[in-house]
Design a protein around this ligand. Structure first.
Ligand SMILES: [Fe+2]
Length: 291
C-alpha cells in the first residue's frame, strides 16, 4: 500500500493518487541538478510510491539525460533504435494513422536482460487532451495478495523472459512487426547482449528488501517446465497482479516527467486514443541482477 503520508518531507510535496501506488511530486525542477537533500527525498518518495511524476518540466534531451544520470548509468535498449544524436533516448511516438500503441500489454521494462533496467524515466512532449494514460500495477501488493500456499509453491521458481518472441500480441518478432507495418518504434541491429533471461518469480527488492512478484508479458515459461505446463500459472499470476485493487494510472500532460521502479511494478500503455498523436522520450537506468 501507499505509505507516503507516513513520511515527513521538508523540501518536496508528495500527493498520492491511488491507494495502490503513484504520487505527484511538487517543488522539484528536474531540469536542474537536484541537491542532496532533494534527491534523497525524491528517492524516498519513489521507493515508497513506486511511480512518481512531476508536472510542468521544461525538459529537453540533454536535461533528461542529466536527470537520468543522477540515478545511475543509462541502460540502453537492446532493440529499439534511439533518437538521432542521443543514444540514451528512445522515442515513443504514436501517429494518428498507427494501428496500435507500443507497450499495450502488462510488462516490466527489459525483463529479458540479465540485469533489467531498475528505473524508466518518461517525458511527455505531446499527448491527447485525454486518453493515453499509462497504467501501473503494484507487484508488492500482488505478492502479498497470494495465499501462503501459493507463495510457498512459487518461491523457488524461475521464469524465462524473451525480448523478441512471436508470443508478442501481434504474433510477430520485432523485425517481422516492423516489416509488416505493425511496429511503432524503429528497430536496429540488436546490441550484443543476452535478450533471453531467467529470473526468480518472486524477487527481493534490493533497496526496500520487500518481496515482489516478478512477472510480465515477456515471461514465456517457468524454467524446467514446458510452455504448456507454464501457461496456466503465468496467466493466473498476471491476471492476479493486474487486479484493479493493485493499479494506479498516470494521466499525461505535455511537460510531465514520470519515473517508475521496474523492480516492483508492471505497466501498460492504454490504447484508447485512436486517430490522435502522442510523443514521449524514454531513458532507462541500469539495475542489478534480480534475486
Ligand atoms: Fe515499457
Amino acid at each position: 500500500m501507499n505509505a507516503a503520508s507516513e513520511t515527513a518531507y521538508k523540501r518536496i510535496t508528495v500527493s498520492p493518487i491511488a491507494g495502490s501506488l503513484g504520487a505527484e511530486i511538487g517543488g522539484v525542477d528536474c531540469t536542474k541538478p537536484l541537491d542532496d537533500e532533494v534527491f534523497a527525498e525524491v528517492h524516498h518518495a519513489w521507493l515508497e510510491n513506486i511511480v512518481i511524476y512531476f508536472r510542468n518540466q521544461d525538459m529537453n534531451p540533454e536535461k533528461q539525460i542529466a536527470f537520468a544520470k543522477q540515478w545511475g548509468d543509462v541502460h540502453l535498449h537492446a532493440f529499439n533504435r534511439p533518437v538521432d544524436g542521443y543514444p540514451e533516448i528512445t522515442q515513443i511516438r504514436k501517429t494518428p494513422d498507427m494501428p496500435r500503441v507500443s507497450g499495450n500489454a502488462w510488462h516490466t521494462d527489459q525483463h529479458y536482460r540479465d540485469k533489467p533496467a531498475k528505473m524508466t524515466i518518461l517525458f511527455c512532449y505531446e499527448c491527447p487532451e485525454y486518453g493515453g494514460d499509462t497504467q501501473f500495477a503494484n507487484l508488492y501488493d500482488a505478492y502479498n495478495g497470494l495465499s501462503d500456499g501459493m507463495k510457498r509453491d512459487i518461491a523457488s521458481l524461475f521464469g524465462v523472459a524473451n525480448g523478441d518472441s512471436r508470443k508478442h500480441q501481434s504474433g510477430y518478432t520485432r523485425a517481422e512487426r516492423e516489416a509488416a507495418g505493425f511496429g511503432t518504434i524503429k528497430q536496429m541491429k540488436p546490441l550484443a547482449v543476452n535478450t533471453i533471461a531467467s529470473h526468480p518469480l518472486v524477487r527481493t527488492h534490493p533497496e526496500t528488501k520487500r518481496k515482489a512478484l516478478y512477472i510480465g508479458k515477456h515471461m514465456e515459461c517457468i524454467e524446467g517446465w514446458t510452455e504448456e505446463e507454464s501457461y496456466p500459472l503465468l496467466q493466473f499470476l498476471l491476471r492476479h497482479a493486474t487486479k484493479p485493487d493493485y493499479i494506479g494510472r498516470i494521466r499525461w500532460k505535455p511537460g510531465t516527467l514520470t519515473i517508475w521502479d521496474n523492480r516492483c511494478a508492471l505497466h501498460y500503455a492504454t490504447d484508447d486514443y485512436p486517430g490522435q498523436y502522442r510523443r514521449l522520450h524514454k531513458i532507462m537506468v541500469q539495475g542489478d541482477k534480480p534475486f
